[in-house]
Design a protein around this ligand. Structure first.
Ligand SMILES: [Fe+2]
Ligand SMILES: [Fe+2]
Length: 134
């Protein structure tokens, strides 16, 4: 899954899954409340950082499906916001939320990002092998 051909994007995707795995360890434990609050703010912050990074690349390369892909990002941020509100109201961060985020990213990376990967990679990497993205 982490083989888009754009190393920085792959690194960020791996980091997202690392954050998700970290929180999974705390669900249903005594530290859940404390750790989940940290997790949710870390997760949202990192997702926003990642989406902004991708959107800049897409814009810089005039990606033809930019609007659609960034709308998908915005819709997902809204869902994360709803999960955070729900967590604050109930105090319960259920495993299903984590599974939902994992599934969303897996589908997004493997299916929805295929389009931009094919479009961006040849535009980002010159024949000299140098990359503007490190
Ligand atoms: Fe991504
Ligand atoms: Fe994306």
């Amino acid at each position: 899954m982490f083989n888009s051909g754009i190393p920085e994007i792959d690194r960020q995707h791996a980091e997202l899954f690392k954050i998700l795995n970290r929180i999974k360890k705390y669900i249903n434990t005594d530290e859940e409340k404390k750790e989940c609050e940290i997790f949710l703010s870390d997760l949202k912050e990192y997702i926003q950082y990642h989406f902004a990074f991708e959107e800049k690349l897409m814009k810089d390369c005039n990606f033809y499906d930019f609007k659609n892909h960034s709308d998908v990002h915005s819709d997902f941020i809204n869902l994360v916001d709803e999960a955070i509100i729900d967590y604050k109201l109930t105090g319960i961060l259920q495993n299903k939320i984590i599974v939902f985020v994992e599934d969303w990213f897996t589908y997004h990376i493997e299916v929805e990002e295929e389009l931009f990967k094919d479009f961006l990679v040849p535009r980002l990497f010159s024949s000299s092998g140098k990359t503007p993205v490190s």
